[in-house]
Ligand binder design. Structure first.
Ligand SMILES: NC(=O)c1ccc[n+]([C@@H]2O[C@H](COP(=O)([O-])OP(=O)(O)OC[C@H]3O[C@@H](n4cnc5c(N)ncnc54)[C@H](OP(=O)(O)O)[C@@H]3O)[C@@H](O)[C@H]2O)c1
Length: 345
C-alpha cells in the first residue's frame, strides 16, 4: 500500500501542535478524483482554527488548509469531465455548487479534513480545471480558492461592480490584495488601507492601487475617503476589520454602496458599535455577510483571472513539511506579508 505524508492538528491552541502522519493514499471513489497536491495557500482562518478560536465547528485532529492546486492522478469510474494530468483547484466548500452556502459543515480544513497532505480524493463536482491558457503557478492558483472566491463574491455576488466605480480594500493581506487585483482589472478606482506606509508604497507600485491611506496615522480614514471621492464615498468596501472598522466603513460608503462583511481582524467595544441599521437605512447601503462562495463563483473568478493572466499576489512560498508549515504560519501570523503565503510540494 502506498503511503503519504499528512499533517494533522493534534490539539487546539497553536499550530505548533501540527504533527506528520504516514497514511494510506486513498483511491478515487466512483464520482471522485484523486489529486496530487502541488501547492497549498494559507489563510488567516488556518491560524484562527489552530488557536481554537474559529467560531464554527472544527473536526478533531483535523488536516488543516482549505486551498489547494494540483494534478489529477486518478479518475473515478463515474467521472467523465476530467482526465489524469488535468491541473485543478478544489472549491472551499465541497458541497455548495451554486447559491449561498447553507451551513459551515463542508469547508475543507475545518469541519472536514483539508489539504495539507500529498494526496486528496474529492467529489469531481467540487473541482475546477485551471484555464488552459494560464501561465500562473500552482501557488497562485491555490490562492484563488478562498480569497479569490471571497473577493469575487463581495464584488459580484449581489449588486455587480461596474467599471468606473470605487472599491476600498482594508489591509494588505490575501483577501485585500486579491480584491485590489480584481477591481483594477474590472476598471474600478481603488483605495487601500494599511498600518504601514512601506506596505502602501509597495502595493501602489506593484499592484497599482490608485489611493492609499494609513489607518494608524489617519484613524479617521473615512473622512480621507470622503475627500478622495469628492464627498461621494466608495461603492464597495471589502470589510476585513469587522466590528472594529464597521463604523468607519459605514461613514465611507456611498449611497447605495455595498459593505461586504468578510473578516474579524479587529474588535470594537460594544458601546462603540455604530447603529448599523441607521446607517444602512440612511444611505440605502447593503451590509452583506460573505461566506466565501460557491463552486460557480470559483469557476467565474478562475475564468476571469485566466483570461487576463492576472498576477495573483503570492508573496512567499515555503516547502511542505511539518516544520516548514509551522514556520509559514508563524510568518502569516506576524502580519509581515503582503498578499498570500503558500506551501509548495
Ligand atoms: N467571510 C469569509 O468568507 C472570509 C473569507 C476569507 C477571509 N476571511 C477573513 O477575512 C480576514 C482577512 O483574511 P486574510 O486571509 O486576507 O488575512 P491576512 O492575509 O492575514 O491579512 C491580514 C491583514 O489585514 C490587515 N488588518 C489587520 N487589522 C486591520 C484593521 N483593523 N483594519 C484594516 N486592516 C487590518 C493587516 O494589513 P496591514 O499590515 O497592511 O495593516 C494584516 O496584515 C480575516 O479575518 C479572515 O478570517 C473571511
Amino acid at each position: 500500500m502506498t503511503t503519504q505524508n499528512v499533517l494533522r492538528l493534534t490539539a487546539m491552541g497553536s499550530w505548533e501542535n501540527l504533527a506528520n502522519f504516514k497514511e494510506p493514499v486513498p483511491s478515487a471513489g466512483e464520482h471522485e478524483v484523486l489529486i496530487a497536491v502541488k501547492s497549498v495557500s494559507l489563510n488567516f482562518r488556518d491560524i484562527v482554527i489552530a488557536r481554537g478560536k474559529y467560531p464554527f465547528q472544527v473536526k478533531d485532529q483535523v488536516v488543516p488548509g482549505s486551498d489547494a492546486a494540483g494534478d489529477i492522478v486518478e479518475v473515478g469510474k463515474g467521472v467523465t469531465e476530467f482526465e489524469r494530468g488535468d491541473k485543478v483547484i478544489i472549491s472551499f466548500d465541497i458541497a455548495t455548487l451554486y447559491g449561498p452556502i447553507k451551513n459551515w459543515g463542508n469547508g475543507l480544513g475545518g469541519p472536514i479534513d483539508g489539504v495539507l497532505r500529498e494526496y486528496i480524493a474529492v467529489p469531481a463536482n467540487a473541482v475546477v480545471k485551471v484555464p488552459a491558457e494560464s501561465t500562473l503557478s500552482y501557488a497562485q492558483w491555490a490562492s484563488v480558492v478562498c480569497t479569490g472566491t471571497t473577493a469575487w463574491n463581495s464584488l459580484y455576488g449581489n449588486i455587480p461592480l461596474k467599471p468606473g466605480q470605487t472599491v476600498l480594500l482594508q489591509g494588505t493581506g490575501g483577501v485585500s490584495i486579491t480584491g485590489l487585483m480584481l477591481a483594477k482589472a474590472a476598471g474600478a478606482k481603488t483605495i487601500i488601507t494599511s498600518s504601514s506606509d512601506e506596505k502602501l508604497q509597495h502595493v501602489k507600485s506593484k499592484y497599482g492601487a490608485d489611493y492609499t491611506i494609513n489607518y494608524k496615522t489617519t484613524p479617521d480614514w473615512a473622512a480621507e475617503v470622503q475627500k478622495i471621492t469628492g464627498g461621494r464615498g466608495v461603492d464597495f468596501i471589502l470589510e476585513n476589520g469587522g466590528s472594529g472598522t464597521i463604523k468607519q466603513s459605514l461613514e465611507a460608503i456611498a449611497f447605495g454602496g455595498v459593505v461586504a462583511i468578510i473578516g474579524f481582524l479587529s474588535a470594537a467595544k460594544q458601546e462603540e458599535m455604530p447603529d448599523v441599521a441607521h446607517f444602512a437605512l440612511a444611505k440605502g447601503a447593503v451590509v452583506r455577510g460573505i461566506m466565501v462562495g460557491s463552486k460557480q463563483q470559483l469557476e467565474d473568478v478562475a475564468q476571469f483571472i485566466g483570461a487576463h493572466n492576472l498576477p495573483v499576489p503570492v508573496e512567499k512560498t515555503f516547502k511542505f513539511g511539518r516544520d516548514e508549515v509551522v514556520e509559514a504560519l508563524n510568518y502569516l501570523a506576524s502580519g509581515q506579508h503582503i498578499g498570500k503565503v503558500c506551501i509548495d510540494f
